[in-house]
Ligand binder design. Structure first.
Ligand code: B12
Length: 446
């Protein structure tokens, strides 16, 4: 190779440095100009947050890991057309989500391109998908948009755990662009929560995942809403693999479900429910319709979704299954898996609060000491009481039940590759204490 200093690219670079055309660090950007740029590119509202903000502490390391130059988060929202989201037709609501998602992804990409031309580095994690699928069953998303939008003053999380914008209400999707520059003015969180605590979202959720007390069950939501995405999709693949032929496959997956999967793969996923957002009356633009005639609002917006005859996908024995039986007897229940199979004890312990079926734990008050041996050596204490769960590393308190398990055997049981009875008989899992308390423990995780 010839002397690198004589290479045309390097020579041009050195000339620019000499002329002072290359900046070593980015200048502070005008928040007003940047905001206008975002709006021109398709955002409906914008806010700015510095990397040092305390609200973002739990995701800072992950973000710096993928984009070490991050100094500012540009958070923006895209309005969803209300009537499309409210439609009982899943095709209309899903298409609305896809279109706004595309708009926000394009806005972020165009913004990054414009900034790059000005010499400012920017990265654009996706609005929703694609995600880091090798992290599946853990945190697949690169950036958590909700806490950033909240820090940027674009809304607050409501009872349904979606961000509610003060004007557009729940009818927004979120996006974040990471940039290597500071801005001259950052935003602060709203000083009130637009959520009215009316609990309509809780009454509309087909799976009962949104408790009226604010407890959210993400796994019951995911099992239904994401039936044709990620874990729901892997469960369907296993149904295909397990079926001895077309007749058996058809008895397990009807033709409409197969067609729906084709549509999801070809045109973007069918979200089985967005009812929590659709029925939310919060936000300055949305509230008039609710306040002017509450009965009409319930009859025309909420009831069509509640009364819709549809299939609700549930984990066998879950709170969601009992909820549908009790509250929506006209809806059809289908027992499915959701593809969540912890691949380590650490992942199992992490996922326990997400998978906890609190209504199944009613009346249970017990402390469990778990000891894992073999490929992972971990001790943990699980306390279940008052329909809640707490998990601690190590052994604490006096146990009602002690479980000693070979790690691989435990994971095989969770993955349904073996049964608990078999592993207990083979003494690879040993239970000390009242068996009914151990069985009750199992029932808390459908
Ligand atoms: C993981 C995820 C989910 C999970 C968990 C939902 C949740 N409440 O976080 C599931 C699959 C259930 C889900 C469902 C839906 N989601 Co979603 N989802 C995300 C994602 C990728 C990350 C959410 C997040 O930051 N969670 C962490 C913290 C901030 O949220 P949290 O509620 O305090 O935390 C709980 C859960 O997240 C859970 N959790 C954490 N990690 C994981 C991992 C898995 C696998 C599971 C099951 C749960 C889970 O544990 C926490 C304690 O309960 C974001 C996109 C993104 N990159 O940010 C979209 C996002 C939150 N989803 C969105 C939407 C629209 C939906 C749905 C309406 C489905 C749909 N049609 O898209 C439903 C609504 C459910 C609800 N009421 O919350 C929007 C919300 C817009 C808004 N206005 O806030 C987002 C921001 C996408 C976007 N860019 O706009 N989602």
């Amino acid at each position: 190779m010839q002397n690198m200093h004589e290479h045309p690219t390097i020579m041009r670079y050195n000339e620019k440095v000499k002329a002072g055309d290359i900046r070593k660090s980015s200048p502070k950007l005008s928040s007003e100009a940047l905001r206008q740029m975002c709006m021109d590119l398709g955002a409906d509202d914008v806010g700015f947050v510095g990397i040092g903000r305390s609200e973002l502490e739990d995701q800072r390391a992950d973000i710096l890991n993928i984009f070490p130059w991050t100094k500012t988060f540009i958070s923006f929202v895209g309005r969803l057309n209300r009537e499309n989201l409210r439609s009982p037709a899943r095709s209309i609501a899903s298409l609305e989500l896809h279109q706004v998602e595309d708009r926000l992804n394009h806005a972020a990409q165009a913004l990054a391109a414009a900034l790059e031309r000005k010499g400012i580095r920017a990265a654009t994690p996706a609005v929703g998908f694609p995600m880091e699928t090798d992290q599946w069953r853990g945190k697949m998303h690169v950036v958590s948009h909700k806490p950033i939008a909240v820090a940027a003053g674009l809304g607050k999380m409501g009872l349904h755990r979606n961000v509610i914008h003060p004007v557009f209400g729940s009818f927004v999707l979120l996006n974040t662009v990471l940039i290597d520059a500071e801005v001259d003015e950052y935003n602060s969180p709203l000083d009130y929560n637009p959520c009215l605590d009316c609990k309509i979202c809780s009454t509309a959720c087909p799976t009962g995942a949104i408790g009226p007390d604010g407890v959210f069950n993400p796994v019951n939501c995911l099992t239904h809403t994401y039936r044709e995405l990620i874990g729901g999709f892997t469960d369907w693949v296993e149904t295909v693999a397990d079926s001895k032929g077309a007749i058996e496959y058809r008895s397990r997956t009807n033709d409409a479900e197969t067609v729906s999967l084709w549509q999801s793969l070809a045109y973007g996923p069918c979200y089985k429910s967005v009812y929590c957002m659709a029925v939310c009356p919060a936000g300055d633009d949305v509230i008039p319709q609710y306040l002017e005639d509450k009965k009409k609002f319930i009859d025309s917006v909420v009831k069509p979704l509640q009364q819709r005859t549809e299939t609700i996908y549930v984990l066998p024995g879950s709170d969601a299954e009992s909820h549908v039986q009790r509250v929506f007897p006209h809806k059809k229940i289908k027992r499915v898996g959701n593809g969540i199979r912890p691949s380590s004890v650490a992942a199992f312990l992490w996922s326990m609060p997400l998978a906890f079926q609190r209504h199944k734990s009613e009346g249970l008050q017990a402390t469990y000491h778990l000891s894992f041996s073999g490929s992972e050596q971990v001790e943990a204490t699980i306390v279940i009481k008052d329909k809640s769960i707490s998990i601690e590393q190590g052994h604490a308190g006096i146990p009602d039940v002690q479980v000693h398990a070979d790690t691989k055997s435990w994971l095989r049981v969770l993955g349904k590759e073996s049964s608990m009875i078999r592993e207990i008989i083979l003494r690879r899992i040993k239970v000390k204490g009242p068996m009914h308390l151990f069985k009750a423990f199992g029932k808390c995780f459908a």
